[in-house]
Design a protein around this ligand. Structure first.
Ligand code: NDP
Length: 453
């Protein structure tokens, strides 16, 4: 049977046995189709049924999370942990707390995480988890009680050699702290079972900054191949959370000009460059909407999401040289891609997971825009999480400079692996194919070597 026919069969099977999981189909569709050149070259992967196996998580845990709000009312949310693949190491991947979370979203993120983690060159498997709990508008005590209730179930399934969760959307240092405290209380163990921990109790320097910094390092590596760099480039960034803020911070360090940020309510365009201290104050200290940033800077333009057509996003209408989508999945659509091309954008570098829709990716590539897929470009976060695990295991504490050097090296390796693989398979610069093939090959070979387990 031709490889493309086999892939079609598997994708049909994925749809039949996981109804309604659109984001998961999108991710499996992209990955499986990009593997065609490898599957045609090496028949072992189909022979050993690796594709059928890899699209099914090793384990999906769904659980009830009961907690009590500040009025004394009992509340219930759904918790998830999808342990997708342990072929190359203990499960590793973040926890997301957001009302949009469902099994399909967690499976798409967990599936992507398998290949991302393999690309880093580190021994970590793929997983993801979270809850449809919405941290927005909750008091600190409510967040704490929710995290404690969530961990009261999750602790049975994780461990430093088993599964090591981290943060993601809605889960930052505060939530990791409450989750860790509850894990310790339930197990009596002070161990590196979570990453993104506080610096006083086992966290790594630069973990918070790593995804955004790593995304910029990745873009630099990519541009360098074509004799370009980021100095003086006008960069649009979406989001205003952990990844976006540290992308903006590193863009300034390398001499670029980050001119935008966004949140779920609106977009800021600041022609002379985002004022980082104000952005941090608005988002990290006061947890306000970006309207508060606009109030501090009358020369910045604020566009409310409500005033924007559903299929397009204000942030991608801003003329730029390089775009860094760093908020959430499917936030850069075909109309956005058309605008970026019209405006002369040369690179789209994904800081978020799967922020660009398949139609938009296709359009960008057809029009010669360089494209860095999130599983490669944002892998600095999980790589630094692994550095945190290493420090915990050896009871050491590296300086920020040491971690930064390691992070730069890892991002260089991730880029080189994806790029060299694209060259090997005759599609130079197609980092989607390069990253997927390189990540898949490592995991699939390990699955073959470990037998049918
Ligand atoms: P944060 O929660 O810190 O920030 C998320 C940002 O995205 C916020 O500005 C939020 O706005 C915005 N956002 C979220 N959902 C939507 C939406 N539906 N529409 C518009 N804006 C939205 O998350 P992170 O910065 O940690 O994560 C951002 C992305 O990067 C995610 O895709 C995540 O999976 C990915 N990632 C994160 C890593 C990490 O280390 N943190 C590692 C690798 C990938 P608002 O505040 O208004 O909701």
């Amino acid at each position: 049977m031709p490889v493309s026919q086999k892939i079609k069969e598997i994708l049909n099977y994925v749809q039949t046995c996981s109804p309604g999981q659109e984001e998961f189909y999108q991710a499996t569709h992209e990955v499986l189709h990009s593997l065609v050149p490898l599957l045609e070259q090496d028949s072992r992967y189909l022979e050993y049924n690796i594709l059928e196996s890899i699209v099914v998580p090793e384990r999906s845990i769904i659980f009830r999370v009961n907690w009590v709000d500040d009025t004394g009312k009992r509340r219930t949310n759904v918790g998830y942990r999808v342990q997708f693949s342990s072929a190359i190491g203990p499960y590793k991947g973040g926890l997301r707390f957001h009302p949009s979370v469902n099994l399909g979203i967690i499976k798409f993120l967990g599936f992507e995480q398998i290949f991302k983690n393999a690309l880093t060159g580190l021994q970590i498997g793929g997983a993801k988890g979270g809850s449809n709990f919405d941290p927005k508008g909750k008091s600190d005590n409510e967040i704490m009680r929710f995290c404690q209730a969530f961990m009261s179930e999750l602790y049975k399934h994780i461990g430093k050699q088993r599964d090591v969760p981290a943060g993601d959307i809605g889960v930052g240092a505060r939530e990791i702290g409450y989750l860790f405290g509850q894990y310790k209380k339930l197990t009596g163990e002070f161990e590196g079972v979570l990453t993104g921990k506080g610096l006083n109790w086992g966290g790594s320097k630069l973990r918070k900054e790593a995804t955004g910094y790593g995304s910029v390092y990745f873009a630099e590596n990519f541009l360098k191949v074509y004799g370009k760099d980021l100095a003086g480039k006008r960069c649009t960034v979406s989001g205003s959370g952990n990844v976006a803020i540290h992308t903006i911070e590193k863009l300034y360090d390398v001499g670029a000009i980050p001119i935008s940020c966004s949140d779920s309510k609106g977009t800021i365009y600041h022609e002379n460059g985002i004022e980082l201290a104000s952005l941090k104050a608005v988002k990290e200290i006061h947890q306000q909407s970006l309207e508060a940033y606009a109030a501090l800077h009358p020369d910045a333009v604020y566009t409310s999401t409500a005033h924007y057509p559903k299929e397009g996003h204000a942030v991608w209408q801003i003329p730029c040289d390089v775009a860094f989508p760093s908020a959430t999945q499917n936030e850069l659509t075909l109309v956005d891609a058309q605008k970026l091309v019209d405006n002369g954008c040369i690179l789209v570098n994904e800081g978020a997971n799967m922020p660009t829709t398949p139609e938009a990716v296709e359009y960008l590539r057809l029009h010669g825009v360089l494209f860095s897929p999130g599983k490669a470009a944002n892998s600095g976060g999980v790589a630094t999480s692994q550095l945190e695990m290493s420090q915990n295991a050896s009871m050491s504490n590296w300086s920020a400079e040491e971690v930064d050097i390691k992070l730069r090296t890892i991002m260089q390796t991730v880029f080189k692996t994806a790029y060299d693989t694209s060259v090997e398979f005759g599609c130079e610069g197609d980092l989607i194919k390069g990253a997927n093939i390189a990540g898949f090959r490592k995991v699939a070979d390990s699955m073959i070597e470990q037998g049918s387990v």
